[in-house]
Design a protein around this ligand. Structure first.
Ligand SMILES: NC(=O)c1ccc[n+]([C@@H]2O[C@H](COP(=O)([O-])OP(=O)(O)OC[C@H]3O[C@@H](n4cnc5c(N)ncnc54)[C@H](OP(=O)(O)O)[C@@H]3O)[C@@H](O)[C@H]2O)c1
Length: 215
């Protein structure tokens, strides 16, 4: 599949782009918001397009044209206020879902967050963030696309182990290296067992491909 990665300059996004470059099944197009980011990607042979999640839906439709799948791994981050959480994590995600559908993509994988689906467990200090993730995921569930919602625990920068623990409801907290989140997102693209469902993701003892097969 040709895969549009939204949030391609992010920490998970960079892993996804790199892993897709070395993947036989898929090809990658990176969506970033700055000219210099696109130039850098093009230098390493990556098809890169520029669009801002706070910009028009049409610019995202244009970016997604010709892609069978879209991966959303963007986020406003902890350094900005709740206004950006609303505009990027919620409206940016929903705009991307609408744009992907209108551009003809069939598959959509979103990077959500552990417990986004359980309102009673939202972290008191960042309830607005969980609300944004929750409703973006719910909008994806009502789309006509074949979706997967990946809900990772706390993100780590260390090297991936390639081994994870996944379940529709893990009932435990945990963390996972960003490299393994990227691996799980990519493995989900063609794994039928992840179609039209969401799952929690933390580090574990099972190889990603096997973990998804047994989900
Ligand atoms: N932190 C955690 O523990 C945690 C846990 C679970 C899930 N998550 C989720 O994991 C995902 C990615 O995490 P990460 O660590 O890779 O985040 P990250 O490094 O902050 O990357 C986020 C990316 O989103 C891009 N972005 C922000 N606003 C944008 C806009 N208006 N238009 C286009 N792109 C925009 C950023 O672009 P620039 O590079 O240009 O700034 C950045 O590349 C997020 O969805 C986050 O909610 C995080």
């Amino acid at each position: 599949m040709k895969v549009l990665v939204v949030g391609a300059n992010g920490q998970i996004g960079k892993h996804i782009v790199k892993q897709l470059q070395n993947n036989d099944q898929h090809t990658v197009r990176a969506m970033v918001r700055k000219e210099e980011q696109a130039e850098e990607l093009k230098k390493s042979g990556v098809d890169a397009v520029i669009a801002n999640l706070e910009g028009s839906k049409n610019s995202i439709i244009k970016a997604a044209k010709g892609c069978e799948a879209v991966v959303f791994t963007a986020g406003s981050g902890g350094g900005t206020g709740p206004d950006k959480t609303l505009l990027v994590d919620l409206d940016g995600a929903v705009k991307t879902i609408e744009a992907a559908e209108e551009a003809g993509a069939e598959r959509f994988v979103i990077v959500s967050a552990l417990q986004a689906n359980n309102r009673q467990n939202w972290n008191e200090k960042i309830r607005h963030y969980y609300a944004a993730k929750h409703y973006a995921d719910r909008m994806l569930e009502t789309s006509n696309m074949n979706y997967t919602i990946v809900r990772p625990g706390g993100l780590l920068n260390g090297e991936g182990t390639g081994k994870v623990n996944v379940a529709e409801n893990l009932n435990e907290r945990g963390s996972v290296p960003r490299e393994d989140v990227a691996k799980t997102v990519i493995a989900s693209l063609a794994e039928e067992n992840t179609f039209k469902r969401g799952f929690d993701l933390i580090s574990g003892d099972t190889a990603v491909a096997d973990a998804l097969k047994n989900l």
